[in-house]
Each structure stands twice: as C-alpha cells, then as structure tokens.
Write a protein that binds this ligand. Structure first.
Ligand code: HAM
Length: 416
C-alpha cells in the first residue's frame, strides 16, 4: 500500500511553518486590538444559503469552489470559503443589530476548491477584521489603515502595493453595467469562455479576468469611475483624503472589482510581486448590502481579510524553536528527581527537555542540538549530597550547586 498523503490543496502545518503562522496571527490580534477589533469565532460550516446569496450564485467562489454537502439529516451545508458572510450572520443571529457599531477580528481555516499552486490552497487560513454598523467613509480608511499597519508591523509593507477602486452605490453600478454590456457585446465572440458566461450573469466581473484574450478588450472598456453618482464620488474622496492625510500610498485600479457580490463603494487589495501569480495578500472593501441579503436590516459595513500563508511567505522569520534547559539523568535512580526538577523549571516559565538516550554523552549532545544554554545533571552522587551539576553548554564549564537553589539560580541566569 502507498503511504497516505494529505488531500491535494491541503497541507500539514509542521512546526516551523506553524510557528511563523502563529507569529503572523499574534501580530494581527495585537494590531487589530489597537483599532478595537475584538476576537470572535464562527463555526467552520454554515447553511449553504449563508454564502450562496451574499457571495453571488455566479461568483467563482460559489459556482465552482465551495465544499458543499448534505449532512446525514439532508441539510445542505458549506465549509466556509471566507469569513465575512459568517460574521454578519453571527451578528444578526446574536441580536447585535441594535448595538452597532461592532468591530470583530477572526482567524481560522477557509475552504475553496481552487486549482492548487504556490500561495493557493484548498484549505488555507485567513485573519480578518470587520467593522459593522456604519456608512462613514472614515471607517473604510480606518480598516485600510489597520491592514497597512499589520503589513508594517510584519515588516512587509514596502513589498506590497495598495490598489483601490470604488464600485459605487447600486445606482452607479446599474448605470455602468448597461454601458459595459453594450461595449462587451461587440466583442463577445472573442471573450474567454468564462467571460462569455459572465456577460449574462455578472458583467462587472469580466473586468477582473486574467485571461489574455479578455485583457485586450478590457483595456479600452468604459471605466466604472466615470459613472459614479455624486454621493459615491464624495464617499471615495473622503476615503482617499483620509489615507493621504495619514501618508498611506495607494493607486487607483479601475478594473479592481473583487470576486464577491456583496461589495459596494470602496474595494481594495494589497498586492505583492514577490509571490508570483498569487500576489494578493489582503483583500477587502465595503459591503453595505450584505446584511439585508441575509435577512437583516440595512447596515453599513467594511472589512478586510488576509491570507495567513501568503503573509507567512513574505516574512523573513527563521527563528527555530529552542529549549532553555536540559535536565540530564546520569543514573536511573535519579529519574524521578530529575522529572520533578524539570516540572519545577517549567512552572517558572522555562522550556525544558529531558533528553532520553542510552549514554550520558549522547544526552549532552542532544541538549546541545536543542539549543539549551544550560544542562542540569543529576545522578546518584547528586541525590546523596542534595546537589546538582550545572553545565554551561557554550563554555563547557561545570560546577556543583545545592539542589534547593537550582531553580532560582537557573531562573536568574536565563531570565536576566
Ligand atoms: P478574498 O480576496 O477572497 O476576500 O480573500 C482574502 C485573502 O485570502 C486573499 O487576498 C488571499 O490572501 C487569501 N486567499 C484567498 N483564497 C486563497 C487560497 N485559495 N489560498 C490561499 N490564500 C487565499 C475575502 O475573503 C473577503 N471575505 C475579504 C473581506 C473581508 N471583505 C470584507 N471583509
């Protein structure tokens, strides 16, 4: 039998990668906290309708990428492909629509049946922030600033460019949609198969197409920003003015439409060219229509999500896990005392290993390879004299200390 492999598009997060991802998530919690986003968590699966309507039946995510299944009771469920719809559903389910605004942070696995490649997985991880309960443009600027702040904190802001667009309000998009259809119809035979399908279902998404045959046609298409209503223009100006006031660089990308149906007004992405074709590390925008799509009231909201794997690729954190101390059993009779000593050291916050090997030399060798700066050696003689041998791994120097003083001594040495 062939050894089992993880499912295509999934990955085991082995300690090195997991610790880097933890580092990213911890930084995100810290930065999000400065903006008032509080951690919450929604279930990994939801009723299929939570995603199908808000994200758009014709969106790639819903049409081709969801992991949907019937459970044993015949209910259609979907593994969450993203967090925003679930968070909004949770806000409504928990009766929080009367106590707005609310600011939420979340992190966890998401699932999309996409073609796997570097930076694109079928199970991946996102961190996200959602600012729910305001139509105020400064909230968009705050969310974008928070995302930029996270990149800065991770030391990768200079590797990313911020692209912005305004999708306007429904009136702006309706006006634009009919003009765009009029333009694209003349080229419909030359469009990619996907875009031909989108022409009837969701023509705006054609602007986002990566197909070469579409790119040429899109280049000369009318631009959405020429059809924005006065209110939509004013909204976008307040967002970009606020960003400029706080020295956040941005670039207009009139083709940035994002892949999900719930967006209006501001749409944004932080993109890097250091990751090949999967260069979008953060995506977000305003989603004022989402609450009503889920049966809730008309609520303004804006947020972003970042791909944790993609952020992790960009950071240069190569620190390996290191122990502080090894407790070395020199004679079998000392095993229990050594075990108890290791526990005491752990309880004061130190990382402690008890190397298991057949010979003392091998145990010390392991202590070295684990990065321990000290080894505490305990054998028959030490038990009889209530002492320990302490070995300084770098110099090789060794000395005897009283057992009763060992923990305080090591703590002082390693924590100073
Ligand atoms: P999204 O652009 O679909 O937006 O995803 C956000 C980020 O998740 C992407 O920029 C990327 O870094 C990461 N990502 C997406 N798909 C994959 C994948 N297959 N493999 C690895 N990473 C991936 C959303 O999900 C929206 N919910 C963002 C949002 C929040 N809008 C408003 N609030």
């Amino acid at each position: 039998m062939k050894p089992m492999q993880p499912v295509r598009g999934t990955a085991d997060l082995m300690p090195r990668q997991k610790s880097q991802m933890n580092f990213v998530v911890e930084k995100a919690i810290m930065i999000a906290g400065r903006y008032g986003f509080q951690s919450m968590e929604t279930p990994i699966f939801e009723f299929t309708e939570v995603f199908s309507r808000p994200l758009g039946e014709s969106s790639d995510v819903v049409a081709k990428e969801t992991y949907s299944f019937e459970d044993r009771g015949g209910t259609s469920l979907t593994l969450r492909p993203e967090g925003t719809a679930s968070v909004m559903r949770a806000l409504i389910s928990n009766g929080l629509t009367q106590t707005l605004p609310q600011k939420f942070f979340y992190s966890g696995p998401m699932f999309r049946y996409e073609r796997p490649q570097k930076g694109r997985m079928r199970q991946f991880h996102q961190i996200g922030c959602e600012f729910i309960g305001t139509f105020e443009p400064l909230a968009d600027a705050e969310v974008i600033s928070c995302a930029a702040h996270l990149l800065l904190e991770l030391g990768i802001l200079d590797k990313c460019k911020l692209y912005l667009n305004s999708l306007g309000d429904a009136e702006s998009r309706d006006k634009y949609r009919s003009v765009l259809i009029g333009y694209l119809k003349d080229y419909s035979a030359s469009l990619s198969k996907d875009s031909q399908r989108r022409l009837a279902l969701n023509p705006l998404r054609i602007l986002d197409s990566k197909a070469i045959e579409d790119r040429e046609i899109i280049k000369n298409a009318p631009k959405l920003n020429e059809f924005l209503t006065v209110n939509s223009k004013e909204h976008f100006k307040r967002v970009t003015d606020a960003l400029e006031k706080s020295l956040i660089n941005w670039q207009l990308d009139t083709n940035l439409v994002r892949g999900l149906d719930y967006y209006s007004h501001t749409a944004f992405e932080f993109v890097t060219d250091a990751l090949g074709s999967q260069g979008t590390v953060i995506g977000g925008g305003r989603y004022d229509g989402l609450s009503s799509m889920l049966g809730g009231p008309n609520i303004g909201a804006v947020g972003f999500a970042a791909g944790v794997e993609r952020l992790t690729f960009l950071i240069e954190k190569t620190e390996e896990f290191k122990y502080d101390v090894a407790v070395i059993i020199a004679d079998d009779e000392a095993s229990m005392d050594a075990f108890a000593l290791a526990q005491k050291l752990r309880s004061v916050g130190l990382k402690v290993d008890i190397p298991f090997a057949s010979q003392l030399g091998k145990k010390l060798k392991r202590a070295n390879s684990l990065g321990c700066s000290l080894s505490l050696i305990i054998g028959k003689d030490e038990i009889n004299s209530n002492t320990l041998q302490i070995k300084f791994m770098e110099s090789g120097e060794q000395k005897k200390i009283a057992k009763s003083e060992a923990v305080a001594f090591v703590e002082r040495l390693l924590k100073s």
